[in-house]
Ligand binder design. Sequence first.
Ligand SMILES: Nc1nc2c(c(=O)[nH]1)N[C@H]1C(S)=C(S)[C@@H](COP(=O)(O)O)O[C@H]1N2
Ligand SMILES: [Mo]
Length: 207
Amino acid sequence: MGQPDNRVGEAGRLPPGQRPQRGWPVTHYGPVPRFRPERWEFRVFGATADGDKRCWNHEEFSALPYETVVADLHCVTKFSMLGQEWGGVRATTLLGLAPPAPETTHVMVWAEYGYSANLRLSDFDREDVLLATHRDGELLTAEHGFPLRLVVPHLYAWKGPKWVRGVEYMTADRRGFWEERGYHNVGDPWREQRYSYQEEPGEGPEL
Ligand SMILES: Nc1nc2c(c(=O)[nH]1)N[C@H]1C(S)=C(S)[C@@H](COP(=O)(O)O)O[C@H]1N2
Ligand SMILES: [Mo]
């Protein structure tokens, strides 16, 4: 038996216009932030059910229930990485620990240096959405988002910030970093929702 092949069946697994990528490139805007454990905290704020913010320091966050998800990563620049195993805390776990108010429709996921990505609550509140600390059983490396990144397997990868620091519950939609800069507000790779000019009425706030 040779190496297990994560790319088995890749034809049917690749969204339109994507090609498979070997290895794991690093793709992001700006510098890699330095991790300062004593200053790091993860915050949930905005429209929480009780109006209070929630905050975890690194030790507390590391003690949350750990789960794994196998997922494909689709970069809008047209490469896809198939079959990565991520480990971390499910978004559904977080939503249980810090419930949103019933009016919450969207979330903004915030990362270091003000990077952000907006998601419909229904795109965040899924079993396969993970606040990942690990890949293939090992801690993430700095350039891949250590200590925490979001993985949203069913959307383009810009919707998954690296170096995540918090989640804001929102009662109306607002565009994140790339969504303000010409990328699609929803970002479904299976529908090739790459650019904001493709948005149908109702798919995003006015530009
Ligand atoms: N904070 C931050 N997260 C980010 C980005 C970024 O520019 N800043 N780029 C996104 C994009 S476009 C992609 S394709 C993935 C790439 O993840 P990787 O570098 O681990 O492959 O990170 C996403 N997360
Ligand atoms: Mo990307």
